[in-house]
Design a protein around this ligand. Structure first.
Ligand SMILES: [Zn+2]
Length: 67
């Protein structure tokens, strides 16, 4: 399986959309835990890295590659 790579400030899509209906989250903190912020309602969620990797579907936009 392909290894998922993500960096701080990347925009990611999760397997389940946020209750507000938006499925774009920005990574705003990376450490042992990862904090992501919903780009729709600005609500932020903190979760362990292992849980984040399980729930991550794909990286939509990388912070460094502007495209
Ligand atoms: Zn939301």
């Amino acid at each position: 399986m392909e290894r998922k790579t993500y960096k701080l400030h990347d925009i990611v899509m999760m397997k389940k959309p946020h209750p507000c209906g938006v499925n774009e989250m920005e990574i705003i903190r990376m450490g042992m835990d990862i904090r992501i912020k919903c780009t729709g309602c600005k609500h932020s969620i903190l979760m362990p890295r292992s849980e984040f990797e399980k729930k991550l579907k794909k990286v939509l936009r990388s912070a460094e590659t502007a495209e």
